[in-house]
Design a protein around this ligand. Structure first.
Ligand SMILES: Nc1ncnc2c1ncn2[C@@H]1O[C@H](COP(=O)(O)OP(=O)(O)OP(=O)(O)O)[C@@H](O)[C@H]1O
Length: 790
């Protein structure tokens, strides 16, 4: 067996060497083309330039990926029977899916008619035969889809493990074990015992790995689902939803790069999950087409560098996330026109009511003016509070964002002044009257007092300032009358006191970001320079420079810039969709008004208390496009021993929910420890974490209730980078070799959805789980907390 294995490894090594040789040739060609392109940049038709540049760009991308990103660029192989017809696709592989009638002999012998190697990029040989097929190409689908039950043409499926340019091992699965197959006259051997299990047993680091070598059939169906509509994917913890979502983005880009030039947005719940997933597929970051963003970082510039950093208690979050806030914000935006304005307005101010004209101290906010006084045709014309109110009402009845209604308000003011001036009665001749009117308008609008009045009376409103204005309970109460109750008003107002009342500067919570984004839509923002959408050959030429040394803007920087400039996307992928609040759905929906969607989630892990309200907001965001539903059923993360504990909590959190099936078992039962009374939790958590450090090679996640985040970080501060302290809500989507869940009852009691949050915490471990019972856990004599018992 060892001989066969070594032989097979050397066979794959030879193939890999050939693929690398061919790539080096292509790199040489690319370098030549790059030099050539630099020389000939000014001659040739735009079409020829574009074609050459695209070639250079592609070659450079290959080069870059190979050199920097991938260690194991060829990872699979399939050996296939002859297909029904002899047609070949553009990648040089036969396209037939069904087996040719005479492919299998009467004594169950068969010849292998085609061998395909699968890799992260495709490579054609000089004769256009495929040396490596891109994993996203149709010809690679059988590598993922074939099973012994439905083998198709596949006889043997092989996963190749390599490091750098060296093949280290092979693992084979026979899809047709009943056949004796021959390759070039020799029987086809099978080596190893399954690639999936080997992949799942690997210890975990702080970032996610791709799964291209071991995508399972049910996952492949989702990854390659047509993008024409909405793809909804549900599945329990560890079923690969995040992995599938990321691979789907890579697949869609490969399928139709031009269509997705409009961008793919991947929305993640937390910055931790973004950091964890960002590097999974380097091909995603390549050309600025894919943006992976946390919900707190989605509204441009809203939260500032690093995104949302403040935390809202569940009670506050519940109000801020609710769809009811939509109406409140619309009223707030209108009401904000009445807010005091910074800077002096000489025309009038509050004290004008006493007949005195005073100037406010520079920079000090003053109430908006209540009177407009101008001089026209040598006469004073004045509009009082009632007229101004009515003008504002009329202006606001127009459709569109409030900041864009200012020109309309200005016109209405001029109309009112004109009427008040009696100018309309001076001439009967319409032409003369019109002339007079335009002279009147010019007269008035050239007066500083008019412009200053307008700036104070209809200022340009900024979302942050309006949000900060909601920190006043009195104001918020007015703006949310009959929508929020008194307690809700108080809670929301208090939470906004961390913002500067004048500028709105200050730390935001992830829920504030959705509110700001809504305000942005209601108020309107200055138009931004448009990015050219169409394919622009000359613009693309910059790709050449990027591949050269001393480039001005790296590919990554360009990707980030393009992503930042984009406000709408061609495809939107929502991860952990069960957690989006209605206000967040509205925010995400605005980025995908014309998009197709992939939405992945697990209702049993939802931390939003009102699923119906969220579903309604989701439906509004997704529109009426047709939907395709998929369910993932296999848990690849948790060993069966860990999943069994989590399932106890699932039964309490969502009775009747079918848990996913765990594929692995480690034989290691979870460990239960009871913390000593009075502050013993810290000592026990620390001691147990140290113990886990000795038991696993990779990472350890220690999950505590949100209000213990800070102290848990201190308990574990000096234990090194393998240990991470997490608040319960931060654990979402992440995984660790070992997880320690501290005081589960505290997590369960944190909010009305605490049990679901605890379920998330208990499903993070890939190998070991330790539970430390706290004061409220009522452990039995073996230390098992009440909530986790059978
Ligand atoms: N086909 C596969 N081959 C190898 N590993 C896989 C496969 N599918 C999933 N995994 C691994 O299983 C783990 C769980 O995957 P992932 O995080 O995508 O699951 P999830 O459904 O998003 O989980 P959760 O709902 O808990 O966030 C990851 O380590 C992932 O790499």
């Amino acid at each position: 067996m060892a001989d066969t294995r070594d032989h097979e490894i050397s066979v794959e090594q030879q193939h890999l060497d050939r693929a690398y040789r061919r790539l080096l040739e292509k790199i040489d060609e690319a370098e030549f083309l790059m030099r050539d392109a630099a020389k000939l940049g000014h001659v040739g038709t735009p079409g020829a330039l574009a074609e050459r540049d695209a070639q250079v760009h592609r070659a450079g991308v290959h080069l870059n990926r190979l050199n920097n990103e991938f260690e194991d660029f060829v990872f699979g192989r399939i050996d296939l029977l002859a297909g029904k017809d002899g047609k070949k696709g553009p990648d040089g592989a036969y396209t037939a899916v069904e087996v040719a009638e005479n492919a299998i002999g009467p004594d169950n012998t068969a010849d292998i008619a085609e061998t395909l190697h699968i890799g992260r990029i495709g490579v054609l040989d000089t004769d256009y035969s495929p040396l490596v097929i891109d994993w996203r190409a149709p010809a690679a689908a059988p590598f993922y889809r074939s099973t012994p039950v439905a083998p198709g043409r596949v006889v043997r499926r092989r996963v190749i493990r390599s490091k750098g340019r060296r093949v280290l091992g092979v693992e084979d699965d026979l899809m047709r074990p009943e056949l004796t197959a021959f390759l070039g006259g020799t029987p086809l051997p099978a080596v190893g015992d399954g690639a999936l299990m080997a992949a799942l047993g690997r210890s975990r680091g702080h970032s996610m790995h791709d799964i291209v070598a071991s995508i399972q059939a049910e996952q492949d169906l989702v990854i390659r689902a047509p993008a024409a509509s909405v793809t909804l994917v549900e599945g329990g913890p560890g079923t690969g939803k995040t992995a599938v979502a990321l691979h789907r983005a890579a697949y869609l880009l490969y399928q139709d790069r031009r269509r997705y030039a409009g961008g793919i947005l991947i929305v993640s719940p937390t910055p931790l999950l973004v950091a964890y997933t960002e590097g999974v597929l380097p091909s995603l970051g390549e050309e600025g087409q894919v943006a992976i963003r946390a919900l707190g970082d989605l509204a441009d510039d809203a939260a500032g560098p690093g995104g949302a950093s403040a935390y809202d208690s569940p009670a506050v979050a519940r109000v801020k996330g609710s769809a009811r806030m939509g109406g409140v914000l619309r009223r707030a935006a209108r009401g904000a026109l009445e807010l005091p304005v910074a800077g002096a307005f000489p025309g009038t101010d509050q004290s004008e009511a006493n007949g005195q004209l005073t100037l406010a101290a520079p920079g000090r906010p003053t109430a908006p003016p209540e009177r407009l006084r101008v001089v026209a045709f040598g006469r004073r014309v004045e509009l009082g509070p009632e007229v101004l109110k009515s003008v504002r009402r009329t202006a606001l009845s127009g459709s569109g964002p409030i900041n864009y209604l200012r020109p309309r308000a200005r016109r209405l003011l001029l109309d009112a002044l004109w009427e008040r001036s009696g100018g309309a009665d001076r001439h009967n001749d319409p032409e003369l009257a019109a002339e007079l009117r335009s002279a009147f308008d010019e007269d008035i609008t050239s007066e500083d007092s008019f412009t200053e009045f307008l700036d104070a009376w209809w200022p340009e409103l900024k979302p942050r300032r309006v949000l900060a204005a909601m920190a006043s309970e009195r104001r918020l109460g007015r703006w949310s009358r009959r929508v929020l109750d008194q307690g809700e008003v108080r809670r929301v107002a208090r939470s906004l006191r961390r913002l500067d009342p004048e500028t709105g500067a200050g730390p935001l919570s992830v829920h504030d970001v959705a509110l700001l984004d809504e305000l942005h839509a209601v108020l309107g923002a200055p138009a931004r320079p448009k990015r050219p959408r169409a394919y622009d050959a000359l613009a693309e030429l910059t790709g050449v420079e990027e591949l050269m040394p001393q480039r001005e803007e790296s590919r990554r920087e360009r990707a980030e810039r393009l992503a930042a400039e984009r406000t709408e996307y061609a495809h939107v992928i929502v991860d952990e969709a069960q957690d989006l609040t209605p206000m967040q759905w509205r925010m995400v929906g605005r980025r995908g008004r014309h998009a197709t969607w992939t939405v992945v989630g697990d209702p049993a892990q939802s931390s939003w208390p009102d699923p119906e309200e969220a579903a309604a907001a989701r439906d509004e965001a997704l529109g009426t496009r047709p939907r395709r539903r998929f369910t993932l059923t296999v848990n690849y993360r948790n060993p069966a021993e860990v999943a069994a504990v989590a399932n106890q909590v699932l039964a309490l959190a969502m009775p009747g929910t079918e848990p996913p099936r765990a594929v692995r078992s480690t034989g290691l039962a979870p460990r239960y420890v009871v913390a000593a009374d009075h502050g013993g939790l810290a000592a026990s958590v620390r001691a147990e974490t140290e113990r886990l450090l000795g038991e696993v090679e990779g990472t350890i996640g220690v999950v505590v209730a949100m209000n213990r985040r800070g102290e848990a970080a201190r308990w574990l501060a000096d234990l090194g980078p393998r240990v991470v302290a997490l608040g319960s809500l931060e654990a979402k989507g992440l995984e660790y070799d070992a997880t320690l869940v501290a005081a589960p009852a505290e997590i369960a009691e944190e909010s009305v959805v605490g049990l679901r949050v605890l379920y998330v915490a208990l499903t993070r471990a890939t190998q070991r789980l330790t539970v430390v019972a706290g004061d409220r856990d009522a452990p039995d004599e073996t230390g098992v907390p009440d909530l986790l018992r059978d």
